[in-house]
Write a protein that binds this ligand. Structure first.
Ligand code: AOS
Ligand code: ZN
Ligand code: ZN
Length: 426
């Protein structure tokens, strides 16, 4: 199912007049506030977010999985789904693969398909949280942290294999998320688990190509409910420092205990030049994988405010790898991703509206009220016409979700793949 430009242009025609009115009104307002609309539009168009291969089918919980009709059953179909998202939004120009769920059969064909869909390969993800068929060792009691050297070696080797697969596709980074931890108090010696993990990560790091980065993701709990070896940003930061300059911390929004000040974490890591990757989602309780911006949009804006500050003021921090990390039951996954992409761009656009100089001046006068006003004024601006304009200028849809529905894309996918296709790797 490939969307062509005419489909999108026809859809845009239907809403063009309304959009133009909205956009002209907003850009007139922003002009009066001395905001550079063109620069904002350019930044929005350049902001590309990777889609993980596992977000395209319905996920599930241990209580069940309710598949979604027309799910992609192969890597090719996953790439086509991301192609649809990118054609509509022009902001999803990358796919992130998970190995072994997404091992390509024919590398050239996969690369050609990706480039036909205008996609590049983002970070590759290793998997040492599930036992693989025919594997010699089991990860039941951990992988990189395991007490048994031969389990650790298998897990290290898997990560090296993943790097090799990524190299063939043109990926430039490896994301390591470890499920390792303990379910019961007293089960593991914390110090030996951490030491083994550090040494294993160093072995993986030493196999990293010169122009690659390694992202170390942290998470406080789940699937282990008593302790997780890499539980927080501090542990990840420490391990990244121990590995070397190509290793970075990865922040996943769902991986924090309730009310954690994530914007402050982001700011600290960027100051130290160690924020490498970002996984977007939203949550009410834990790693809920809810649609980005659906529960705490103001928190997302505050995080973006720090990201924008860091991108402008911290040359010591590299460009970030942005990704949506969600996989949920119930909704059409593509519609969910369209909503997430919109929420990300919305928070970014609002953060770009914050007058950093004015904020700094208010901060230096300790004018607390004004500081808050500056942030809230930006947050309360309805920036959606900016997003639509940026998309339209790049050839995307003015209203991606409406177009998705009116072009009956899901119906087309069901026709092609059937009602009961099952996404691989879930
Ligand atoms: C797990 O909770 C992490 O968020 C991972 O980044 C990712 O979701 C996982 O590797 C996919 O199963
Ligand atoms: Zn994640
Ligand atoms: Zn997660």
């Amino acid at each position: 199912m490939q969307l062509n430009k005419d489909h999108i242009l026809t859809e845009n025609k239907k809403v063009e007049q309304h959009h133009t009115d909205q956009f002209n009104f907003l850009s007139g307002q922003l002009d009066k506030q001395d905001k550079d609309v063109h620069t904002i539009l350019r930044k929005l168009a350049n902001f590309q977010v990777a889609i993980p291969s596992w977000a395209l089918g319905a996920g599930g919980t241990r209580f069940g999985r309710f598949g979604f009709f027309g799910e992609p059953a192969s890597l090719e179909q996953k790439i086509e789904d991301v192609g649809v998202l990118h054609a509509l939004t022009k902001t999803a120009g990358a796919i992130s693969l998970h190995i072994p769920w997404d091992i390509p059969q024919d590398y050239n064909a996969i690369k050609e398909l990706a480039s036909a869909n205008d996609l590049v390969f983002d970070a590759v993800n290793s998997n040492t949280f599930q036992d693989q068929k025919n594997a010699k060792e089991s990860y039941r009691f951990g992988s990189l942290s395991n007490l048994n050297a031969s389990v650790r070696e298998q897990a290290v080797q898997h990560n090296i294999d993943v790097i090799k697969i990524g190299e063939k596709l043109g990926s430039k980074s490896l994301t390591v998320w470890l499920a390792d931890g303990a379910n019961f108090a007293g089960q593991r010696n914390f110090q030996s688990a951490l030491t083994h993990t550090e040494n294993s990560l160093k072995s993986i790091y030493s196999a990293l190509p010169e122009d690659w980065k390694m992202f170390i993701e942290y998470k406080p709990y789940e699937p282990n409910f008593y302790s997780t070896v890499i539980q927080d940003w501090g542990t990840s930061f420490m391990l990244a420092n121990a590995c070397g300059e190509k290793a970075y911390t990865l922040v996943d929004l769902g991986h924090h205990l309730p009310n954690t000040n994530i914007e402050q974490i982001v700011s600290t890591l960027m100051l130290k030049g160690k924020l490498g990757g970002f996984h977007f989602n939203d949550s009410k309780y834990g790693d809920d994988d809810s649609t980005v911006g659906s529960v705490k949009p103001y928190a997302l804006f505050l995080i973006f405010n720090e990201l924008v500050y860091g991108m402008e003021n911290n040359p010591q921090n590299p460009d970030l790898a942005w990704m949506i990390d969600a996989s949920h039951n119930i909704k059409d996954p593509l519609e969910d991703l369209l909503q997430s992409l919109e929420a990300i761009q919305e928070a970014y656009a609002k953060a770009l509206l914050v007058d950093q100089e004015e904020l700094q001046a208010a901060q230096s006068r300790n004018d607390v009220t004004l500081c808050q006003e500056i942030l809230q004024n930006a947050y309360r601006t309805d920036v959606r016409p900016l997003l639509a304009q940026a998309r339209a200028l790049s050839g995307g849809a003015i209203d991606p979700l409406k177009s998705y529905r009116s072009l009956r894309i899901r119906e087309g996918l069901i026709k092609e793949r059937g009602m009961n296709s099952v996404a691989t790797g879930l």
